[in-house]
Design a protein around this ligand. Structure first.
Ligand code: SAM
Length: 227
């Protein structure tokens, strides 16, 4: 109980110092970050660092992202509460838990079955019934639940995968790190019109913004990097 109060205090301090102070303005994002217990998403050996200002290992050479980056990517999705969102790279499930507070329905996909199983169990334990965990290659998107109002990719891609762009609703946003295997630029793509995927001017339906440099583990898959 004392521990929980301590974690709550640390979490509120994290939101103030690392997130609100860095110009994250969306009050719903700030509130979601105050509510999701990040310490439960990290391995017990790193729990004392759960509210520090950086990524942490989650096993299988993967990481839980820095809290500020989770907040920034969430804000860039511009969610009001009713949306259907897809996350590529479930990892620990932390970003999905934050999205569960911001959107109506969240689908998250992970290529490592052990991570997906662990995250799914934790999300159920936390009572986040609007999150659905899938296993597989998320570089192909998740066609069975299209279209999405927002897609967030939490691994670095060589470019914005066409299947993901094609699964966006008109007006929908894709937030994705694009670049090399170890360093990328965060991009936001917005679908401003709807044409079918075969259209020759497919990319002209999107507006692309460059946000900030980031460093994510690689997106491995058919529309990502080779293993
Ligand atoms: N969002 C996660 C969290 O909150 O803990 C952090 C994600 S971690 C930086 C990137 C994740 O993307 C890893 O778990 C990795 O296995 C996963 N990944 C990489 N390529 C993928 C793919 N093609 N499909 C699904 N997941 C993928």
């Amino acid at each position: 109980m004392e521990d929980e109060e301590n974690y709550t205090r640390l979490r509120h301090r994290m939101v103030k110092n690392q997130i609100a102070n860095r110009q994250i303005k969306d009050q719903r994002v700030l509130q979601a970050m105050r509510e999701v217990p990040r310490h439960l998403f990290v391995d017990p050996e790193y729990r004392h660092l759960a509210y520090s200002d950086g990524p942490l290992p989650i096993g299988l050479n993967q990481t839980i992202s820095q809290p500020y980056i989770v907040a920034l990517m969430s804000e860039l999705l511009e969610l009001q509460g009713h949306e259907k969102v897809l996350e590529i790279g479930c990892g620990s499930g932390y970003q999905a838990a934050v999205l569960a507070h911001l959107a109506g329905e969240v689908h998250t996909i992970e290529r490592h079955p052990a991570l997906a199983r662990h995250a799914a169990r934790l999300l159920v334990d936390l009572g986040l019934a609007n999150v659905h965990v899938h296993m597989g290659d998320g570089s192909l998107g998740l066609p069975e639940h299209t279209p999405y109002d927002g897609i967030i990719v939490t691994a670095g891609a060589p470019n914005a995968p066409r299947p993901l762009l094609g699964q966006l609703n008109p007006g929908g946003r894709l937030v994705i790190p694009v670049g090399g295997r170890s360093g990328q630029f965060l991009e936001r793509w917005r679908r401003i019109a709807a044409q079918d995927d075969e259209s020759s001017d497919f990319f002209s339906q999107f507006n692309q913004e460059m946000i900030t440099p980031v460093a994510f583990v690689p997106l491995i898959g058919e529309h990502g990097w080779p293993e």
